[in-house]
Design a protein around this ligand. Sequence first.
Ligand code: URA
Length: 244
Amino acid sequence: MEERLQKILARAGVCSRRGAEELIRQGKVTVDGQVVTEMGVRVDPALHRIVCDGAPVLSEEEKVYLLLNKPTGYLSTLSDPQGRPIVTDLLGGVSARVFPVGRLDYDTEGALLLTNDGEFSQQVLHPSFEVNKTYVATVSGNPSRQKLAELEAGIILEGRRTWPARIRVLTAGARRSTIEIIIHEGRKRQVRKMFAAIGHRVQALERVAYGGLSLGDLPRGRYRYLDRKDLDRIFSGKNPLYRG
Ligand code: URA
């Protein structure tokens, strides 16, 4: 895709946009061996060789977006000093250097996004975008309506009130119950801590959707590439799993 030369230089981390203009003005930038001093020239970095001050400017890595159905027993990090399995171990065939968008606990399974697009990752994680995350928690006992209403309204966790959550009881039993909970915050071990706060231990936890993008029938341990429509679903806010 063609873009203005100064934008390409700035994005490649060579310099700021203004710094790029200065380098161009000084005749330090070449495109296919020709010095370019004119401002606003449009170039496709995938098709032309851009050199700035003697250093080649590499075309930006193509952005990729993956949805992984993470099994338990994998860390959402890029390395582990203790040598435990990490989520990227499950990405055979993916050459892009992707990283997880946020994290799922070692003992949590389900939907995990991975990308090499830092801006996208920030948007998904930033509370102002309010991307809903839907979890199915298997909890000990059978939480009362009143306790669940407290979670929905928001409770104080580590000195800060949680944002309102949406909750639906899927199965209720004396020994254990399964509960769908939708939140848009991403505090560490938040769902586990929320249920612990009302006296019900989370025994198993699965994230089943980001916004309107659900895991569907993606098998555990497998990933798929996301397209534009999938990405829009993440931000659509309407969660098809939630029927009020
Ligand atoms: N809440 C948790 O407690 N754990 C997760 O992995 C995600 C949300």
